[in-house]
Design a protein around this ligand. Structure first.
Ligand code: NAD
Ligand code: WQD
Length: 332
């Protein structure tokens, strides 16, 4: 199939382009490069030995999107384009709603106009808010605690309404848990902007000497070692989940929702130890106050994706950390 990937130059998108090409799909990437490096294109092509079309455009640019859908006869869309920093979304809610929600509506309208009715959307475990229990199933109640999360929930709601109104659409909502890791080639990975908000990118910068020490946000959670538990999923496993989801959508129309996680929770201190093993250096840390808005534990019940997509996450935290370290230390 020919797949249009919005945000395909970004972290998860670039790994998904690799897996789409491995699976024999043709790829058209649309990205405005607001959070990506144009050199990613050549690196992906070095990994797969295959070229893809790159259209530098903003998904909110209706004329550009109509031209792109007209120029490339695509069968389906995977929609990664969006802004994703929780703290930034609290400070700049309008920017987040415009980019994420308005951008998505323009994308869906352009798709409808071009007769493309298959879409995989990047949602997030953040739509479960503070879950009443773990592991989290897809039918748990949804809520949002910040504008970023609310933008994801709004886009999910828009797609649920669309599926009701037009049952011939094929829609997948994929709720990612905590994506980490990099491609095993060391050529593509995550490039955080400024001070990393997320745990593993921060640890990686402590390991390479860019930062002095990690602040561990809270040591008094009701978890085995007192630090927060999360479901860290290797970005390559996540990318493969998208290819499997396209196969699922090809089988029948309608809307489907899947958790993409491992089903395991790892604590902050376990991630510190795993990274120390991977890089062979100590990671200095200090336990500080809890971060406002954090939950004690968040991990998936991935049974539905296993049963309906035939997908399970295979890579463990040791490999995630080894791949992040390789990405940081590989000359590109
Ligand atoms: P990323 O920032 O690396 O990738 C997003 C890409 O979209 C970037 O290349 C950026 O340049 C592009 N983009 C942003 N706005 C655009 C616009 N208006 N038009 C065109 N391109 C635009 O982020 P990522 O980590 O790869 O995340 C991809 C998607 O997955 C996002 O929607 C994010 O919300 C979602 N998600 C990410 C995580 C995570 O922890 N990384 C977790 C759950 C969900
Ligand atoms: C993980 C754990 C922190 C940094 C966020 C978004 C979520 C999703 C994924 C997009 C927590 C602790 C962190 C640090 C720390 N993104 N931590 N020191 O908060 O689970 O999820 O990214 O959809 O929406 O909220 O991920 O990596 O920030 O934190 O101790 O410097 O690490 O308290 O327990 P989180 P994270």
């Amino acid at each position: 199939m020919k797949i249009l990937v919005t945000g395909g130059m970004g972290y998860i998108g670039s790994h998904t382009v690799v897996e789409l090409q491995h699976a024999g799909h043709e790829v058209v990437v649309v990205d405005n490069l607001s959070n990506a490096d144009a050199r990613v294109r050549e690196r992906v092509q070095r990994i797969t030995g295959k070229a893809f079309v790159f259209e530098e455009a903003d998904i909110r640019d209706r004329a550009a999107m109509e031209r792109i859908f007209g120029a490339h006869k695509v069968d389906a869309v995977i929609h990664f384009a969006g802004l994703k920093a929780v703290g930034e979304s609290v400070a700049q809610p309008l920017r987040y709603y415009d980019n994420n929600v308005n951008g998505s509506v323009i994308l869906f309208e352009t798709m409808a106009k071009s007769g493309v009715k298959t879409i995989v959307f990047s949602s997030s475990a953040t739509v479960y808010g503070d879950p009443a229990s773990v592991p989290i199933r897809e039918d748990f109640p949804l809520s949002a605690t910040n504008p970023y999360g609310r933008s994801k929930l709004m886009i999910e709601d828009i797609l649920r309404d669309l599926a009701k109104a037009e049952p011939d659409w094929r829609i997948a909502l994929l709720r990612y848990f905590n994506p980490v890791g990099a491609h095993e080639s060391g050529l593509i990975g995550e490039e955080p902007n400024g001070i990393p908000n997320n745990l593993v990118p921060y640890i990686a910068q402590v390991a390479n000497g860019q930062r002095d020490k990690l602040s561990v946000f809270g040591g008094d959670y009701p978890t085995p070692d007192g630090t927060g538990l999360r479901d860290y999923i290797h970005v390559v496993d996540l990318a493969i989940g998208h290819v499997k989801t396209l196969d699922r959508l090809a089988r029948e129309p309608g809307i489907v929702t899947y958790n993409l996680g491992t089903g395991r929770g790892n604590s902050v201190l376990e991630m510190v130890r795993a990274f120390e093993q991977a890089c062979g250096r100590p990671i200095p840390y200090q336990i500080v106050e809890r971060r406002p808005g954090d939950v004690a534990q968040c991990y998936a019940d991935p049974a539905k994706a296993r049963e309906e997509l035939g997908w399970t996450a295979e890579r463990d935290v040791a490999q995630m950390c080894a791949d992040v370290w390789r990405y940081q230390t590989t000359a590109k």
